[in-house]
Design a protein around this ligand. Structure first.
Ligand code: APR
Ligand code: PHB
Length: 390
């Protein structure tokens, strides 16, 4: 097989890039290790920054998002028994975020790829990029007994944190920066009316909690748990009781509970790999960086990678201009690190750390007190939460 751009990974990053390039007449093939059912069965976060929503529209995939997604102009931080609201709209110069499940967004991207007869190969095993520093790189994969070779100009590594692409960069070239947090988030999805029309991030001495939603009939809640906890340790009843304890009493009192339809524990990690380009391999999204979910930056960090790569590829194929490809790694990393900083800050501000000393807790108190006493601090939070410009 032959294509211009071979994309490894059929998550939001790979699909979005494939769709955008297709609309500009640039040929792609997407290789995905899992089945489509598996990819669409994963429950992921649900907040899209303004810039990502714009990219969905540019990719001609924004119709259902605009119809079913909710625009949120603020959220709450609950602490010390009270709720303070962050006015995103006011402090970001009129911007907002869209609450729309990443699973739904992935479905929309697959539908668009199907409509345009894009090539997405599922259940591709043993995917491996080759000859990445030559002018003629290629990717191989196995389907049953057959080995298939795809010749291409460029390879995109959009295969998430556990993918093969990053591993193809030699150890003496690749630098990895990692911070693992000493807790995870236990998440529950339930078919219940959300306790609040806007998200509530709660800081509590028993641990962090988050009230989020997918729609007005589908709620998503999280609580901070020790890494040693297993999902089986948490009955629905125990989860709801603990969630309520960490929220202001009046919020807990009006919480509608119900059976969980999904329950899982995710560890919290910050991670960046540098550089994001090696020869003709370009990393994008979770393959190159991970943030803890506290600032809702996961997908949004991927968005700027896709935006830069998209424009760089179009400049290359349409105008023979390679400056975007040359500058990709440095440009992408500059924004990636800002999302890292913000996610780390939100995580440090709102979680209870097992090894923290009283001094640390005093600083957390002061950070929160400063935030809600300073317009400048709220402006900084708002501009990061709605997404820094690409
Ligand atoms: N070969 C082919 N595909 C692979 C391989 C492989 N060796 N390894 C992983 N994949 C696939 C995974 O099955 C997955 O569908 O690559 C895809 C990567 O998708 P994501 O993990 O969703 O990563 P990305 O598309 O960058 O999306 C980033 O997803 O994890 C969230 O918080 C994150 O919101 C962010 C978003
Ligand atoms: C979610 O709805 O899953 C969600 C929302 C906001 C976050 C993290 C997760 O910061």
């Amino acid at each position: 097989m032959k294509t211009s751009v071979c994309i490894i990974g059929g998550g939001p990053s790979g699909l979005m890039l494939s769709q955008l390039l297709h609309l500009k007449g640039i040929d792609t093939v997407v290789l995905e290790r899992q089945s489509r059912e598996y990819v669409l069965g994963r429950i992921r976060a649900g907040v899209l920054e303004h810039g990502f929503a714009e990219l969905m529209r540019e990719a001609q995939c924004g119709e259902r998002m605009d119809r079913e997604g909710e625009i949120h102009e603020g959220f709450f931080i609950a602490h010390d028994g009270r709720m303070d609201r962050v006015d995103l709209h006011k402090y970001s110069g009129g911007s907002s975020v869209v609450v729309y499940g990443q699973t739904e967004l992935t479905r929309d991207l697959y539908d668009a790829r199907d409509r345009m007869k894009g090539i997405v190969i599922h259940n591709a095993e043993d995917v491996q990029p080759h000859e990445l520093t030559s002018k003629t790189p290629y990717v191989t994969y196995r389907k049953g007994d057959e080995i298939v070779r795809i010749d291409c100009d460029y390879v995109i590594g959009a295969d998430g944190f556990h993918g093969v692409s990053r591993k193809a960069i030699p150890k003496n070239v690749l630098r990895e920066y990692e911070k693992v947090y000493p807790f995870g988030w236990l998440g529950v999805l339930s078919r219940t009316k959300p306790v609040s029309p806007e998200l509530i991030y709660a800081r509590h001495e028993r641990g962090f909690a988050l009230c989020s939603l997918r729609s007005q009939v589908l709620s998503r809640y999280y609580i901070q748990v020790p890494l040693s906890d297993k999902v089986e340790d948490w009955s629905d009843e125990a989860f709801w009781a603990e969630l309520k304890r960490r929220l202001p009493a009046e919020v807990g009192a009006r919480m509608i509970t119900g059976a969980s339809i999904e329950k899982s524990i995710a560890p919290l990690r910050s991670f960046v790999a540098e550089p994001m380009r090696w020869g003709n391999l370009f990393l994008a999204g979770d393959a190159a960086h991970i943030v803890p979910p506290t600032g809702a930056r996961g997908l949004n960090s991927a968005a700027s990678d896709i935006y830069y790569l998209y424009h760089a590829m179009v400049a290359h194929y349409q105008r023979g201009d390679d400056s975007g490809l040359e500058g990709y790694s440095a440009k992408a990393l500059a924004r990636v690190w800002k999302a890292q900083r913000f996610s780390w800050w939100m995580t440090m501000l709102l979680h209870t750390f097992p090894d923290s000393i009283e001094y640390d807790r005093k600083l957390q108190d002061t950070d929160l007190a400063y935030l809600f006493s300073s317009e400048a601090a709220q402006r900084s939070l708002a501009e990061n939460y709605v997404g820094l410009p690409f």
